[in-house]
Design a protein around this ligand. Sequence first.
Ligand code: ADP
Length: 245
Amino acid sequence: GKPSGGLLEIRDLMVVFDGFKAINGVDLTVGEGELRFLIGPNGAGKTTLIDVITGLTKPTSGTVTFAGASLVGRKEHQIVRMGVGRTFQTSVVFEELSVLENIDLAATFRNPLVKLLRRRRGVSDEVAAALATIGLEDLADKPAGILSHGQRQWLEIGMLIAQGPKLLLLDEPVAGMSKDERERTGELLTEIARDHTVIVIEHDMEFLRRYASTVTVLHEGSVLVEGDVAAVQADPKVQEVYLGR
Ligand code: ADP
């Protein structure tokens, strides 16, 4: 049956690297359809947490449950097929391929049979939908290498969506973006969260104030505070961590 709590449930998570506790007892529940922001100073454990969810890092102890199934011990590609997708800080875009071909390739990665099952070469529904969502239809046939920084970030999000994930994990999607691009990305995330669950690592406070509802603050491998964006920002513990840097 459906899990009683969230789509993603993490309990008593520990990740120890050579005696160093990168994640030190994290509990996290993210409900279906949530747009959750994850913040925290450098070294707080944000990337490690995402690495554990996606199978890149094996936890020392604790549980990670997605849609009622344990993710611990599964391989990265299995977790992708279960419906968990992530972006990386390094680009995964093929510059010589067109925008459309990049999305098509990503869709094929989740399910290699998609390509074989197609009667004739054509754009599948999920690829067309992903292209429309990111608003790059006009650039569909252009090589990805010509895209601006912002457009490339949207392409990566489109590539992720085309894989049909239930849960998307985005690492600093507005880093290096112009004001207009940030705004467009905020709208895009809001739109995506209508039919997906999204976890975003983001530092930009202005962006959080505008687009975040629930924020989880990590600090030294533990959840420091969690809640409404305004309450989190006003929390003395959060101010201390950020001002004390
Ligand atoms: P954040 O993403 O919040 O900046 P990270 O999850 O990258 O934090 O890192 C948390 C801590 O764990 C840091 O002190 C980092 O140096 C350490 N760490 C991360 N990965 C490894 C690793 N593979 N081996 C040893 N230490 C690591």
